[in-house]
Design a binder for this molecule. Structure first.
Ligand SMILES: C[S@@+](CC[C@H](N)C(=O)[O-])C[C@H]1O[C@@H](n2cnc3c(N)ncnc32)[C@H](O)[C@@H]1O
Length: 311
């Protein structure tokens, strides 16, 4: 299957990265290299791009796409949370810019065999990194009712989380849940018919929740932002594109904390905690796609770009 993915907020991200021709840039979510291609175009032969993705299909597609720039590109199959050790291995101590374009690519969603989509029947999988053993099937069949409720409620923000968790557990008392269609049927049966009408696909939020849990998406993001900011050179920028409010909140709060890390009580005349600001938030409000992009790319709908600049 061909790797098709339309990059979101492409111009806005490239503009905000302030690319220097001789600079070093990290793309932590390489995907089909849509953003990376534009970065590479702006680099001289002394510039460098390190592209990271944990998905082998993305690595293959990006390697092909970035062939014209192979003299300035290093591609690594890994989780972006390991970016520091990747940079250490390359003897790079600080970079001029970093980018995260979170979540899954259209290719991952559209490739039925990957088991991400509720729009086709396939084995429940949802792994971004297929070297990992645990799959969506293990979550759906192995988590307790309480754990299922928690993830569907927290990561899917589905108001029928309790009923969905209950019905999953009742179903699997008789049979292991193997496929996306089986899970679809259970979810459909957990939501009152009236509530389903005109509200989009009833499985959307539960599938999102399972995917986030399986790939530890929020944990990895939360644990990486501070170190990414620390790894920027003065004036270097971190650009993060998120696709739902949970991710966006994590980025917003982490950026704010790095801008103003002081924990002294507000009535202290001077700061005594010694925590110093690492830079400033460039985007007081997140950058969102324009009408034209929204018309052309439905995946852009919930996207938000936030930018932080290192002092
Ligand atoms: C939205 S796509 C990126 C698309 C890319 N910016 C483009 O324009 O082609 C997200 C990519 O990030 C990868 N990804 C998500 N979380 C990751 C993580 N923690 N570590 C490494 N790769 C990750 C996914 O496998 C996917 O290929």
């Amino acid at each position: 299957m061909e790797f098709v993915h339309k990059s979101v907020l492409l111009n806005e991200t490239i503009e905000n990265l302030n690319i220097k021709p001789d600079g070093i840039y990290v793309d932590g979510t390489l995907g089909g290299a849509g953003h990376s291609y534009e970065i590479c175009k702006r680099l001289s032969d002394r510039g460098r791009l390190i592209g990271i993705d944990q998905d082998k299909d993305a690595i293959a597609a990006a390697t092909e796409r970035l062939k014209p720039f192979s003299d300035r590109v290093t591609i690594v199959r890994n989780n972006y949370c390991n970016f520091k050790s990747i940079l250490d291995e390359l003897n790079i101590s600080a970079v001029d810019g970093m980018l995260l374009d979170l979540g899954v690519s259209s290719y991952q969603l559209d490739n039925v065999d990957r088991g991400f989509t509720y729009r086709a029947d396939a084995p429940l999988d949802m792994r971004m990194d297929d070297r990992q053993d645990k799959t969506a099937k293990d979550i759906v069949n192995g988590y307790s009712e309480r754990e299922l409720f928690r993830i569907i409620h927290e990561f899917g923000e589905d108001k029928y989380a309790k009923s969905i968790a209950y019905h999953i557990c009742r179903y699997r008392e008789n049979k292991t849940i193997e496929t996306t269609e089986e899970l679809n049927d259970i979810i459909r049966g957990s939501i009152p018919a009236k509530a389903r009408n005109g509200k989009g696909h009833p499985s959307k939020q539960t599938f999102q929740a399972i995917r986030i849990e399986l790939n530890k998406e929020l944990e990895v993001l939360t644990n990486s932002i501070d170190d990414m900011i620390k790894s920027l050179k003065p004036g270097g920028r971190l650009c993060i594109i998120t696709f739902h409010s949970l991710e966006d909140r994590i980025v917003k709060n982490a950026f704010r904390k790095n801008e103003n890390p002081c924990i002294c009580p507000p009535n202290f005349p001077v700061c005594t905690c010694g925590r110093v600001s690492l830079g400033h938030v460039v985007t007081r409000k997140p950058i969102v796609p324009g009408e034209e992009e929204l018309e052309e790319n439905s995946r852009a709908k919930s996207s938000k770009l936030r930018v932080f600049e290192r002092v």
